[in-house]
Design a protein around this ligand. Structure first.
Ligand SMILES: *[C@@H]1O[C@H](CO)[C@@H](O)[C@H](O)[C@H]1NC(C)=O
Ligand SMILES: *[C@@H]1O[C@H](CO)[C@@H](O)[C@H](O)[C@H]1NC(C)=O
Ligand SMILES: *[C@@H]1O[C@H](CO)[C@@H](O)[C@H](O)[C@H]1NC(C)=O
Ligand SMILES: *[C@@H]1O[C@H](CO)[C@@H](O)[C@H](O)[C@H]1NC(C)=O
Length: 297
């Protein structure tokens, strides 16, 4: 979204306020911007509410893992492919740069070949659950403007929860549940984001859209759908942003829904690709994440 368009939409929504001569230092939680416009009387300044441009928020975060020593490679380990237990050519060694998979690699530049990614140790302690918390902290309040997208290099988890905090990690609320079987994992009925309405927008749902299927080579992402939720107010192509911003400004719990200081990805059960876990080859089961996208302001 271009800043200019955003300002224009703001202005549209504010209506007459845009042409005010005397203006306060800020309107609500927005700053005041001014821009030069041509009118019948010549050049004039227009003042309007505006916001900083949305940016890549992963540049400003701190990441922490729980358990802290869950990253693979200490000691070195060989991994097998989920689809083929005889294909075991993925080595992780924390001491060797080319074979290490530290958490920073979830946030580095994408498009390298081969892909760089964070990887957990494997499910050696099966049947004890393999669970990992990845906590992203900003130490400031951010407002999401686009989908959160997590790209897995392993199979996508069979069970996962995305949580958020609005108070710097003191309290947490679920954002969305993800499972191959929502009823079994969380005793929740499965629901897709397109089933939400303006009235149920703030409902916390469990979705099976990002866990199912074994064709994971082509289906690597897990999303938290911000744009689809925005579309409930702004229309399918987000053409009516004025309506969305109007709602966000007047409805505190709606604005709070898209606002956070911390995010937590709770990985609860790795992909197994089958109903039975192959206990003779637990090095097939692990988590690996190559990218996390968080856009906001
Ligand atoms: C991590 O540390 C804990 C406690 O020190 C230990 O019990 C566990 O085995 C370690 N896990 C790994 C994967 O090294
Ligand atoms: C299981 O894992 C080992 C490495 O730990 C590997 O050598 C072996 O080929 C794998 N596959 C099977 C079916 O045992
Ligand atoms: C992860 O976070 C949850 C709360 O959000 C907590 O209950 C759990 O103990 C944490 N650690 C792990 C390894 O799951
Ligand atoms: C968080 O921000 C506050 C105020 O800007 C600062 O004093 C504090 O040191 C920061 N904490 C961390 C962990 O960065």
């Amino acid at each position: 979204m271009q800043l200019v368009l955003q300002i224009a939409m703001r202005c549209l929504w504010l209506g007459l306020v845009c042409t005010m001569q005397h203006y306060p230092a800020s309107w609500g939680h927005y700053d005041v911007c001014k821009s030069q416009v041509y009118t019948e009387d010549g050049l004039a300044w227009h003042y309007m509410a505006c916001q900083p441009e949305a940016t890549d928020m992963t540049k400003y975060l701190r990441v922490s893992l729980d358990p802290p020593n869950i990253t693979c490679g200490d000691p070195p380990e060989m991994y097998c492919a989920l689809e083929n237990p005889y294909m075991c050519n993925n080595e992780c060694d924390a001491e060797t740069e080319e074979l290490a998979h530290p958490p920073e690699l979830m946030f580095d530049f994408e498009g390298r070949n081969p892909t760089t990614f964070w990887q957990s140790s494997s499910w050696k302690k099966y049947p004890k659950p393999l669970q990992v918390n990845i906590t992203l902290s900003w130490n400031k309040t951010i407002e999401l403007t686009d989908d959160i997208v997590i790209t897995f290099e392993s199979g996508r988890p069979e069970q996962m929860v995305l949580e958020k905090s609005l108070d710097y990690g003191r309290t947490w609320q679920p954002y969305q549940f993800y499972a191959t079987d929502c009823l079994d994992a969380f005793t929740m009925d499965p629901k897709a984001v397109h089933e939400l309405t303006q009235r149920t927008l703030l409902d916390i749902i469990c979705t099976e859209d990002y866990s199912r299927g074994y064709v994971w080579k082509y289906d690597k992402t897990v999303r938290f759908e911000i744009k689809d939720r925005f579309a409930l107010f702004a229309g399918p192509r987000l053409h009516n942003l004025a309506s969305l911003y109007g709602q966000l400004d007047t409805t505190k719990n709606l604005r709070d829904f898209f606002t956070l200081t911390d995010l937590r990805i709770r990985l609860l059960r790795p992909a197994t690709g089958a109903t039975m876990v192959d206990e003779n080859n637990l090095s097939r089961y692990f988590y690996a994440i190559s990218d996390i996208k968080v856009q906001g302001r």
